[in-house]
Ligand binder design. Sequence first.
Ligand code: GTP
Ligand code: MG
Length: 540
Amino acid sequence: MEVVGRAETAVHSPALLDGEDVNDWSKEDEDSVEEATLPAAPIVVESERVDSPPLVPAQRYHEEVESTLQELQLEKNEVKLLGHEELQDPGEKEEEKKRHLNVVFIGHVDAGKSTTGGQLLLLSGQVDDRTIQKYEKEAKEKNRESWYMAYIMDTNEEERVKGKTVEVGRAHFETENTRFTILDAPGHKSYVPNMISGASQADVGVLVISARKGEFETGYEKGGQTREHVQLAKTLGVSKLVVVVNKMDEPTVNWAKERYDEIETKMIPFLKSSGYNAKKDVHFLPISGLVGINMASRVDKKVCSWWDGPCLFEVLDSIEIPLRDPKGPIRMPIIDKYKDMGTVLMGKIESGTIQEGDSLLVMPNKAHVKVLAIFCDEKKTRRAGPGENVRVKVTGVEEEDILSGFVLSSVVNPVNAVFEFNAQLQILELLDNAIFTAGYKAILHIHSIVEESEIVELIEEIDVKKKKDADPKKRKPKRKPLFVKNGAVVVCRVQVNNLICIENFADFPQLGRFTLRTEGKTIAVGKVVALPAPGNSTFA
Ligand code: GTP
Ligand code: MG
């Protein structure tokens, strides 16, 4: 079978180009690594990543969490079943009552993402005391004493030696109402493509910010990943952000309200300018990931007299994300694949419900496949709906004929496969203030696709101040610009050399939002606004 299209990493992207200002981006410095040389998308399976030890540990916390959670009442519609109920046995129904949320940990390098993620697993009973003692010993031997908690998430030798996450760590825990998959993204700027891969799978982001003197500033300044991660997360479809102001225990902070307020005050305008609604989409709270304070239970007044809000578990468990239509056409961008008595496809279902026995299409190579089995986390299930991260075992296609970036799709109303599309782009910051014009080349990241692309035509510059003008269909065409500069919003035509499976942003936001990166830096975010006619891969 001929294979078309190619991709190395996994991603997603979209931009809410609603005309709001986007803050400056800064330049990478010398030690940044070329994107092309980075390891391929690091979607790591749970069994490889998490030392899965017997439960037992923080029983005390467990009980506190349970009682807190019992008090929390989720909206009934958040616990929606996925249809096909006639096929369900009672056990399965019970299982599906718990909603599932993918949470990505993002933020500047060393902010404490892995430490906080590890602590969350420890507090929810996923890691035992013996394992922690082992990590403490190992971290000491590596002269990285304070990193032992991060070792829960950072499982490979390179990560442990350097104290930096490289691959996206993945782990699971449950509260009463929710099954969580945590995705621990790397903060170092060299691994932004890996972060993109993690964020593209998540609905909720935990943005970890270090309150330690100087650390918040480095992360927030131009070129810091606090900024880049927020903008990418929004673009990639992370609809809610929990901003944890971390390291509150640190001697330079010591739970000072002034420091917390300073960070919140500076972050809010930036979050707004990145497209988040500060009231509805964002929740701030202070924590210590290392010591585990204000995570499973609310911080003791003796430690922090001024905090009256909830703890991290409460916030996560009560977060509401927009529901997606389980009855829509099936779209599952493929992030990875392997052979296991059939071909196993890994990815997140963005639309529709996949069932055992379904006949589907792998696009763009039009391979007809049959679904043999579906796995959610490690559990086999007969169906899975939108938002689920799954492995789907199929027959009808060889593993080597599939690349990440391909899309598992319904046969009727399949995903579009195209060489070109029109996009509305927001230029963030061009390298060395370069000019953006026809002929500009950049790496396109759209859902799990990573592909070289070229801007072949600028169609129209949009005046961002006139918000009503933002819908290109409602405007009279203006003169085509020859070039645009930083900060511009422009409609342009983008071409790629291989067929890619994408959708209009208006139809399937998750398959219609993207980022453009050059030399390891995000230079623009965008959304697909027009595609060739159905069945065509180019505009006539
Ligand atoms: P990358 O994966 O490299 O982006 O870093 P990260 O955000 O995962 O940070 P990590 O968890 O590896 O922690 C970095 C350092 O900060 C370690 O030395 C941690 O012990 C320390 N740290 C993390 N959280 C806290 C905290 O709440 N308090 C204090 N005092 N130190 C912390
Ligand atoms: Mg880390």
